[in-house]
Design a protein around this ligand. Structure first.
Ligand code: NAD
Length: 436
């Protein structure tokens, strides 16, 4: 099949590459000329485990192409995916200017039947808006499908190649057939393709992300309570997670959710609810808890340094909003950095993949280390903000000899409390006993 993907970011590049991998001819379109040049020359633009190999193979074999020319990109495609940004507008609602702008442009270019697929996360009713935007300039036949994307950064290729489910929202039999064919190689093991109407598909994506964000904020509140009551959140997590109705996953407390999706999607669902005069109370609390949780380590750090962070120097391990990605959008680490700098402290950070993006975002307001141990040199304490695997079993001797104080503030509960107590650290984490 000939496919076009408009928007070649995290979702678009994974989508395009994975469809090429199953034998389709894919053209990815992006307005970012530099990005397109890099990709066309075989230089991958995001860090995503396993993606580069597939990207290079399909590029070499001619199934994956890149262009800035929308007309040429969609000309021969029977299905056109929109993987465009839907950032929060000033009022928190999803800004549809990219999606509707491109839909209008596509309307000017259509000459024959095509299926246009919303892969971006968009509010309920967007499929109708996209239809109207195309129809402004094109009176021929076309269909709109809502096909929300559930991939997780860090395991995006696996998620795309072996999805738990594929959701296809359409009222068109013709579009349904084409979409079913396109996805059939991805669901051979029996995972479902769930067909539904466009509105339900659009809401499914928001409901999924909001539910997961709720789970995180719930556990973060349990962790807060554990600290106050002297319980251990790891034990509580194991205790509840073994109940099938609750499940073991997504029960880890930390310093809040970040990334390009949860914060904006929860906010957008709250806004959509308000528009239909519904007060989504749980989600208001979820957002509130998350805002506070991002800075939950700071009072602990302040207390240790007797409320005087001026002139103190911190090592920060982890910048990405989660491990195995270079994505720093809404990363808790960035909020921690701002608080430390505002208090007069300095920071040297290390992240295996995200330092380039942070440097672009905040420049040299902090220092960047070559590796995790270099970051420690001369620091008053270590703060951990992302649970990269390589931070899990560090050389504690090196930590001891580099830090001025044996103090670790761990926002991701990487270490065993009893073991680290034996090493003589001052160690504070989330929802567990502090050791001094
Ligand atoms: P992104 O910012 O990484 O990529 C968007 C791309 O669109 C950029 O490369 C940008 O240059 C390009 N673009 C902007 N305007 C354009 C135009 N007029 N024509 C062509 N290209 C244009 O965004 P993303 O993370 O890939 O997210 C895309 C959508 O998918 C969002 O709605 C997001 O909520 C949703 N989503 C994201 C994830 C994720 O983990 N990142 C997961 C599921 C769903």
């Amino acid at each position: 099949m000939k496919i076009a993907v408009v928007g070649t970011g995290y979702v678009g590049l994974v989508t395009g590459t994975c469809f090429a991998e199953t034998g389709n001819d894919v053209t990815c379109v992006d307005i970012d000329r530099r990005k397109v040049e890099k990709l066309a020359n075989g230089e991958i633009t995001i860090y995503e485990p396993g993606l580069e190999k597939l990207f290079l193979r399909n590029l070499k074999e001619g199934r994956l192409n890149f262009t800035t020319d929308l007309e040429a990109g969609i000309k021969d495609a029977s299905i056109v995916f929109l993987a465009l940004p839907t950032p929060p507008g000033e009022d928190g609602s999803a800004d549809l200017k990219y999606v509707l702008g491109v839909a209008e442009d596509i309307g000017k270019l259509l000459t024959d039947y095509k299926v246009l697929v919303d892969k971006s996360t968009v509010p309920v009713g967007t499929a109708e808006k996209v239809h109207a935007a195309v129809a402004k300039n094109y009176t021929g036949e076309f269909d709109i499908v809502s096909n929300p994307e559930f991939l997780r950064e860090g395991v995006a290729v696996d998620d795309f190649m072996k999805p738990d489910r594929v959701v296809i929202g359409t009222s068109s039999e013709r579009a349904r057939k084409l979409m079913g064919e396109l996805y059939s190689p991805f669901v051979r093991s029996g995972n479902p393709v769930i067909y539904m109407d466009e509105r339900s598909a659009e809401l499914t994506k928001y409901a999924a992300n909001s539910f997961l964000a709720t789970k995180i904020s719930f556990m973060n509140e349990i962790a807060q309570l554990c600290e106050k009551l002297g319980a251990d959140v790891d034990m509580v997590r194991l205790g509840i997670g073994s109940d099938d109705r609750i499940g073991k996953r997504f029960l880890f407390p930390g310093i809040g959710y970040g990334g390009s999706c949860f914060p904006k999607d929860v906010q957008a669902l709250v806004k959509s609810s308000r528009e239909v005069a519904y007060d989504f109370q749980i989600l208001n609390a979820v957002m509130d808890v998350n805002e506070k949780q991002k800075l939950h380590l700071l009072p602990k750090v302040r207390r240790y340094f007797k409320d005087d962070l001026k002139g103190k120097h911190f090592a920060l391990w982890g910048l990405a909003f989660k491990p195995n990605t270079d994505d720093i959008r809404e990363a808790p680490a960035l909020y921690i950095i701002e608080e430390l700098l505002a208090a007069g402290a300095t920071v040297t950070a290390f992240d295996p993949e995200a330092m380039k993006n942070v440097r672009q975002a905040i420049g040299d307001r902090i220092n960047y280390a070559e590796n995790q141990y270099d970051a420690l040199k001369g620091a008053d304490a270590l703060i951990i903000a992302t649970e990269w695997n390589e931070f899990r079993t560090p050389d504690f001797l090196k930590i001891v000899t580099s830090l001025k104080n044996k103090a670790i503030f761990d926002g991701r509960n990487l270490f065993d409390v009893a073991a680290i107590a034996e090493l003589g650290f001052h160690y504070e984490s989330i929802g567990r006993k502090a050791v001094t």
